[in-house]
Design a protein around this ligand. Sequence first.
Ligand SMILES: [Zn+2]
Ligand SMILES: [Zn+2]
Length: 130
Amino acid sequence: MIQGSCCCGAVRFSVSTAPELVGACYCSRCRKVGATPFAMVDAESFTLERGRESIVEYTPEAGFKYVRCFCGRCGTSLGEITTSEGTFPIPVDCFDEDLGVEIGFHEHVATKPSWCTIPEGAKQFDGDPS
Ligand SMILES: [Zn+2]
Ligand SMILES: [Zn+2]
């Protein structure tokens, strides 16, 4: 069991099995909302323990598809924590302990800012992973 939470603690969740896939996205939208790096969470292992009423959803304008979630009190980016998908991303920094997994892939590398250096060893994709 691994616990996770927002910065203020209003939102708390747990996963029964540790996520095994962590990715980093360099698109401007993930970077602006602090959604990266992210762990892919299996919905069956996930429990939202408290704070559903604190979660605010940003539904994007036409052309973008991902609803972004935040704590309405502290602003912590919570990925797609309210989705009904079978797997969904949660920013790794929401977890209260080290997941023990290295970043497995880097996506949207074409829009990576200059200050960010990607270490060797993981797959890189200019856009979405193929
Ligand atoms: Zn919070
Ligand atoms: Zn992105």
